[in-house]
Design a protein around this ligand. Structure first.
Ligand code: B12
Length: 454
């Protein structure tokens, strides 16, 4: 008997949210795997305000999309959850209306299981709301929760109403999902440990492939103290460049995708293995494909050859992971990059033809023990090198090396309440990083835009 599964990408509840190349990659990877096994798969995407199942959401306006495949989400003010109420900041649900969600659920044939994904830990209220709606509609159908939040906060995630919380990569749970949840006795036609053998994500279910994410590797060989990559993926594994290229061609032809976002944590690390051969081949693809790197690139790997290859392969959005100009903190957080590495990388990228505004450099702000002066110095250094500083507020993440320090530095109960892990709260800031100083730093970074061509 054919099994049916429903995939749900839940809402975001936050003070602010913007769709920066955000797509539910893990959930649709699961969809691709299930389909390859003959399971019927449907998607309900709370973050997609465009028509779904041929229906329009009459309660929200569809915001325009920007070149490259990003844009605003529909925003509906909602009451902040009680732990955040005292802050007096407006809070909202981003995505479709709950009434439309219910209507979409009504259209879905009763599934054998519902799979819900999760992203930022502090977005769990959207997960909880989605699961409660699913339960009300499909009482008795098992609901399984996975994703980043489920992996980083598995105990807390059990309070969201799912029958099963499965932390970690979905491939680790296939025996359980197929055998126990779906009662399906199948032999996997691929090796789940081989990234090149996994079926493609079921992107055709998405309905608006204005850009699609690519993952050429999992994990990162660096162990930066603020980052959860090691915890999410303990081993650094890469795909074969030929396989990635084939996937790019597939989506460009099948879904007419023109923009791809690279989600890797370490795309450029050891570039001769994947990135360089891939970039060389991308150059030979038909014109009009663009690539975006919203996740910080390792700047030590940027050589003149890599810089030219990125440019020639139409890598239009670059974000470099610099984080701080403070030498001691550079070393103490993992030694990923020095100020000299930044200077070299920016110079090579400029030589390769990138405009200063196209080279976005992440500057972490609000790390435990970090002064406002350090952030200012970092912004100024980036600016002086001819690149664009981007302030990235620190989000304390369970399981990271910096977690204990974060707990000690924060006035909030970060461990008990993931809502306080929200980067926009600057939950670990020191006393000198007042709201006014933070606003001044943001202005300073914004004003750092260079005249075009400079
Ligand atoms: C791409 C990315 C972004 C993109 C897009 C966001 C997105 N798609 O969610 C951008 C650049 C916008 C972004 C922004 C930020 N990000 Co980010 N991002 C990532 C990144 C690199 C990849 C996420 C991803 O899609 N991975 C690929 C897919 C395949 O993985 P996945 O969805 O997790 O799915 C796997 C499993 O979870 C599981 N799974 C998934 N769904 C399901 C469902 C079921 C049922 C099951 C069983 C399993 C399962 O199987 C999949 C295969 O293994 C992660 C790091 C990482 N390695 O995961 C950080 C990460 C999620 N981001 C993080 C942070 C800190 C941020 C920022 C706060 C950074 C900043 N200071 O500005 C901002 C916040 C944005 C906001 N508005 O709040 C943190 C998490 C913070 C937190 N508290 O939760 C992470 C973990 C990185 C880190 N530094 O440690 N991010």
């Amino acid at each position: 008997m054919t099994r049916r599964c429903l995939l749900v990408n839940p809402w975001i509840h936050d003070f602010a949210a913007y769709d920066y190349w955000l797509k539910p990659l893990g959930l649709l990877q699961l969809g691709g795997i299930l389909r390859a096994l003959g399971v019927e798969v449907t998607l309900v995407d709370c973050l997609n305000p465009r028509p779904q199942a041929g229906l329009k959401d009459p309660f929200v306006k569809v915001p325009p999309r920007r070149w490259g495949g990003h844009g605003k989400f529909p925003r509906t003010p909602v009451a902040a959850p009680s732990p955040l109420r005292g802050l007096g900041r407006p809070y909202a649900r981003y995505g479709i209306s709950p009434l439309f969600f219910r209507e979409l659920l009504r259209r879905v044939p009763r599934p054998d299981a519902v799979f819900v994904t999760s992203s930022m830990t502090y977005w769990y209220p959207g997960v909880r709301e989605a699961i409660s709606e699913i339960r009300a509609h499909f009482g008795g159908v098992p609901v399984v929760l996975g994703g980043v939040y489920a992996t980083l906060c598995p105990v807390h995630a059990r309070t969201c109403g799912a029958d099963l919380v499965l932390p970690g990569p979905v491939e680790d749970h296939l025996d359980l999902l197929l055998g126990e949840v779906l009662d399906l006795q199948v032999c996997l036609p691929f090796d789940p440990a081989d990234l090149d053998a996994l079926p493609y994500p079921a992107w055709d279910l998405l309905g608006y492939p204005d850009q699609l994410p690519l993952l050429t590797s999992r994990g990162c060989p660096y162990g930066c103290t603020y980052c959860a990559s090691r915890h999410l993926y303990p081993f650094f594994r890469r795909r074969n460049p030929a396989g990635v290229l084939k996937e790019i061609r597939h989506w460009a032809e099948r879904l007419k995708v023109r923009h791809f976002s690279v989600y890797d944590d370490a795309f450029l690390v050891a570039p001769e293995t994947t990135a360089l051969p891939l970039l060389e081949e991308i150059k030979n693809l038909p014109d009009g494909l663009f690539f975006h790197c919203p996740n910080g690139l390792h700047l030590r790997e940027i050589t003149p050859q890599i810089a030219r290859a990125l440019r020639e392969a139409n890598f239009a959005t670059l974000r470099l992971g610099f984080e701080t100009a403070d030498r001691r903190r550079q070393r103490d957080t993992g030694g990923k990059a020095s100020s000299e590495d930044l200077a070299r990388a920016v110079a090579y990228l400029r030589e390769a033809g990138y405009d200063g505004n196209e080279i976005g450099v992440y500057c972490l702000c609000g790390l435990p023990g970090q002064s406002a002066a350090e952030v200012r110095e970092t912004i100024d250094l980036v600016r002086s090198l001819g690149a664009r500083p981007i302030v990235a507020e620190y989000s304390p993440i369970p399981g990271t090396t910096l977690w204990e320090e974060a707990l000690a530095a924060s006035p909030y109960p970060l461990a008990e309440e993931p809502l306080f892990q929200n980067n926009t709260l600057l939950p670990c800031r020191g006393p000198d990083l007042t709201d006014e100083t933070y606003a001044e730093l943001k202005r300073r970074a914004r004003q750092s835009r260079h005249p075009v061509g400079a």
